[in-house]
Design a protein around this ligand. Structure first.
Ligand code: NAP
Ligand code: 8YV
Length: 324
């Protein structure tokens, strides 16, 4: 008889590679939505691992009395109540580093598309308008001569900064703590950075500390030549304030990969000609999503085998396996 396998819950629309590997390694249980109440008490009591692709509240965590580890699909874990998990000695892991270059590459693409209107120029060609009407109109915005401000200079922010440096742009950043390892201009206050730059790239985590911090004051400070790029979380930007700022040209344009209420994007935003919109695809290549999926499952395997987690979130970084 083989040893009894740990029971792992697949919560939400999990990546196929997570499902396949969890089914091979563990006894897998699925909930389509975050509706944990659909599971019997007996099943909930047997669950020790959780692969998360949905919001995981304190109530959800408390409904699994023997839970030991939550492995989140994504580096951003604002959808997981990690502080509550930590109080219960439940390890939480995320997927840092494996997606940083992909997200940074996408950010540069989104920035260029926003400034140089490349998706609109392609649509113009495909509609036969080049042959019928002549060349696409010259774009009023360009990357040339600009200064970039990065809100969040962590793993991904630094990868974005390095790319923008190669494009010849001076780099400023705002974080709570100045980095000792970069020569970029640090601003202790976001509003001061917004005044000093004409590109504002948002790549901070979501959550209470950053919620709606990009508000009307920040957009005002960014100014009429200003371009906002958000690849962090939609919650960080006051979306109605952004729509107003784009409509009255308080800022010139915005490129957005993330939104306040995904996948619902306000019609007012979609109607704006100076908004370039992507459906949260910054990490969405097959290779990068597979690497994220592997890290989710490898974290589950390590922790449930009694070894340290590979990528614990800061709230759980001090846990050793004996306390988990
Ligand atoms: P990270 O390495 O933890 O970096 C976070 C950065 O934000 C740090 O520089 C941190 O510096 C700064 N920060 C955090 N809270 C702040 C605050 N209240 N005010 C000012 N700065 C603050 O994280 P990462 O790996 O670069 O990922 C960043 C975020 O990108 C994720 O959390 C996720 O939300 C988002 N993301 C989005 C996509 C996408 O598909 N669009 C993909 C991946 C990640 P201090 O601690 O010094 O303040
Ligand atoms: C993913 C992300 O799109 O890692 C993150 O924080 O936002 C993205 O890589 C998301 O986590 C899964 O849909």
């Amino acid at each position: 008889m083989s040893a009894e396998r740990a029971v792992v819950l697949l919560a939400g629309k999990v990546h196929p590679r997570v499902r396949e590997r969890v089914e091979a390694e563990f006894e897998a249980v699925s909930v389509d939505t975050a509706d944990i109440k659909a599971l019997s008490e007996e099943t909930r009591n047997r669950i020790t691992g959780l692969a998360a692709a949905t919001r995981i509240s304190a109530e959800f965590i408390d409904s699994l009395p023997n839970l030991e580890v939550i492995a989140n699909f994504g580096v951003g874990y604002d959808a997981i109540d990690a502080a509550h998990a930590a109080t219960r000695n439940v390890m939480v892991t995320n997927t840092p580093d494996v997606l940083s270059d992909e997200v940074a590459d996408t950010t540069i693409g989104l920035l260029l598309n926003t400034l140089r209107e490349l998706p609109k120029a392609e649509a113009y060609l495909r509609a036969g308008r080049w042959a019928a009407e002549g060349g696409y109109p010259l774009t009023s915005l360009s990357l040339r001569g600009r200064t970039a401000g990065i809100y969040g200079l962590g793993r991904i922010g630094l990868a974005i900064a390095q790319r923008l440096e190669a494009f010849g742009l001076p780099i400023h950043y705002h974080t709570r703590t100045q980095r000792p390892d970069v020569a970029y201009t640090w601003h202790p206050r976001l509003v001061d950075m917004a005044s000093a730059v004409d590109i504002l790239v948002v790549i901070v985590p979501g959550g209470a500390a950053t919620e709606k911090t990009v508000n009307a004051d920040i957009l005002n400070a960014l100014g009429p030549q200003g371009v906002l790029i958000n690849v962090g979380r939609g919650s960080t930007v006051d979306e109605p304030a952004l729509i107003a700022a784009l409509a009255d040209r308080t800022i010139a344009a915005a490129g957005l990969d993330v939104f306040a209420d995904e996948p619902n994007v306000p019609q007012a935003l979609m109607d704006l000609p100076n908004a370039c919109l992507l459906p949260h695809v910054a990490s969405a290549s097959v290779a990068t999503r597979n690497a994220m999926a592997d890290l989710v499952v490898d974290n589950l395997i390590e922790w449930l085998a009694g070894r340290p987690a590979l990528t614990p979130v800061p709230e759980c970084a001090g846990f050793d396996r004996a306390s988990g």
